[in-house]
Design a protein around this ligand. Structure first.
Ligand code: HEM
Ligand code: NAG
Ligand code: NAG
Length: 476
């Protein structure tokens, strides 16, 4: 009896030791990049997500770069991951999309964004969806349609905010951008609708970066519930539209387009894919751009000389117009040189996307290291954007550093919107929203900080106490 227990005990110990050993020393046909796999199962997940208030390269990354060099291994959310801060490897990863690497996000993300979201799709379906999105948010449509609409939304909201004692900018921007995007996608009007679509998204965001434990009470559970509610609303709206469409001609938004595509014979689009895409677009558009705009105002308020130069650029545009109240033209928009430098500098420092994930499809050799097949690879934009060898005094907000930067190939050193084939389809839309909002703001209003504006990174950017300001109209 005893000997059986002892034997079983010994076997369990051997098994566990072996398991822990192979956890720490993953199989590899060559030399793995250096690094630690952390604790069994959770790896270094907790260290990775640990909050920090610094604007520099996240301490998790910085410490490991110092200890191991620019490429190292770790384990996050149950997966072995290679983290790259090496410009050549980053470039290689982006160029090899679909060949040696493939877009990949942790299972929790696919659970949240849907198994058929753009990030998880490849090949033909992916190209099809990308074209769909570009039709709506690409440069052509911005020039023809979006520019005046963006200006109208900015003016309307600024006017409203200036009547309030205090505005929390992160929330205010999120609402403004959500309303604009939802209006373009599904003709959604928050003031007229009985369902509060955005509320589901708020619950959703709070749990987005959380430990994936799906039991009542956890942030992750609330997040999944939020997604469920939003998806249900979107589905109902789509069905409502289908019923209406038979009676009248479409309004030409994304819903109409989707219904038209779904009705085509032999179409590859399905309702589930279309709904997943709509969800991703609504989310991707307002969460990212609202963070960028909030940070822009915070940085401008901390750097009055930049704000002055920006204001000058926009006043010059007004003073060379025949009718000051005419809307911004495409030509004027294109002439906002300094504004685009401010935008580049803001998104460089914002590092809204702290990691871009891929999966290796084959064994890859790089500078003497081997990346095994099926491993996750994370490109780390903050390490690129805050590299003192490429950006002098990297933490300083200095838009002028972009002067003449177009000449040298900035792409290797700038990846706020990603790179290669999967470059962000919302880049132009983001830029037009930021530039036009800044135009409306600095030509007609000024703002004073009331409280907040502190940032924290987990490692994604957040404003834990918001950024509360008072906006007032300037009288000339
Ligand atoms: C400041 C604002 C934004 C930032 C920093 C940002 C950043 C990024 C990054 C880094 C990627 C690449 C992800 C990867 O390679 O895996 C990406 C992809 C994407 N973004 Fe954005 N984005 C922003 C705004 C937007 C907006 C406004 C939209 C919607 C209109 C949007 C829609 C998308 C979509 C659909 C993809 C996936 C593209 C693909 O997989 O090919 N983004 N974004
Ligand atoms: C942030 O990181 C720095 C550098 O590793 C560290 O000294 C600091 O204690 C961290 N914590 C917070 C809350 O910022
Ligand atoms: C902003 O960065 C992009 C990407 O590197 C670059 O192509 C563009 O010229 C930059 N804009 C300005 C105004 O420097």
């Amino acid at each position: 009896m005893w000997s059986i227990l002892v034997w079983t005990g010994a076997l369990v110990v051997i098994f566990i030791t072996h398991w822990v050993y192979s956890w720490r020393n993953p199989k590899c046909n060559g030399k793995l990049p250096p690094g630690s796999m952390g604790l069994p199962l959770i790896g270094e997940t907790l260290q990775f997500f640990s909050p920090n208030t610094s604007s520099d390269i996240p301490p998790f990354i910085k410490e490991r770069m110092q200890r191991y060099g620019p490429v190292f291994r770790t384990s996050l959310v149950g997966r072995p991951v290679i983290i790259s801060t090496d410009p050549d490897l980053n470039y290689f990863i982006f160029q090899q999309e679909g060949q040696l690497f493939q877009s990949w996000y942790p299972d929790t993300f696919t659970e949240i964004f849907g198994k058929q979201n753009v990030g998880s799709l490849h090949g033909f379906m992916y190209k099809y969806l990308k074209n769909l999105v570009l039709n709506l948010f690409g440069p052509e449509n911005i020039k023809e349609e979006l520019l005046p609409q963006v200006e109208q939304f900015a003016q309307k909201n600024l006017h409203l905010w200036s009547s309030l004692d205090s505005v929390e900018l992160k929330e205010a921007f999120a609402t403004m951008i959500f309303d604009l995007t939802a209006n373009k996608l599904i003709s959604y009007d928050s003031t007229k609708s009985r369902d509060n679509l955005r509320e589901s998204f708020v619950a959703f965001i709070q749990g987005l970066i959380s430990f994936p434990l799906d039991i009542p009470g956890t942030a992750y559970h609330k997040c999944l519930q939020g997604r469920k509610r939003a998806m249900k609303l979107l589905k109902e709206m789509l069905h409502e539209r289908r019923a209406m469409l038979e009676k009248r001609k479409g309004r030409g938004d994304f819903f109409d387009y989707v219904l038209e595509e779904l009705a085509k014979e032999g179409t590859i689009l399905t309702e589930a894919i279309a709904l997943d895409l709509m969800f991703v677009l609504l989310f991707a558009s307002f969460e990212t751009t609202s963070l960028a705009l909030t940070l822009a105002l915070k940085l401008l308020s901390d750097n009055p000389s930049v704000l002055n130069e920006l204001t000058e650029e926009h006043e010059k545009i007004l003073s060379s117009r025949e009718n000051v109240d005419a809307g911004v033209t495409w030509k004027e928009y294109k002439s906002m040189t300094y504004t685009f430098q401010v935008i580049n500098e803001t998104v460089r420092l914002a590092n809204i996307v702290p990691g871009i994930f891929r999966k290796s499809l084959r064994e890859i050799q790089f500078k003497g290291y081997t990346i095994p097949t099926g491993w996750a690879v994370m490109v780390c934009p903050p390490a690129v954007h805050l590299n003192p060898a490429k950006y002098n005094d990297p933490i300083a907000f200095n838009p002028k550093r972009w002067e003449g930067m177009e000449l040298n190939r900035a792409t290797k050193n700038f990846m706020a919107f990603g790179g290669g084939m999967r470059f962000c389809v919302g880049t132009d839309f983001t830029k037009v929203q930021m530039a036009i909002f800044l135009h409306c703001l600095v030509t007609k209003y000024r703002w004073t900080t009331i409280k907040g504006g502190d940032i924290v990174r987990t490692p994604g950017l957040a404003f834990p106490n918001g950024y509360h300001v008072r906006i007032s109209e300037t009288h000339k």
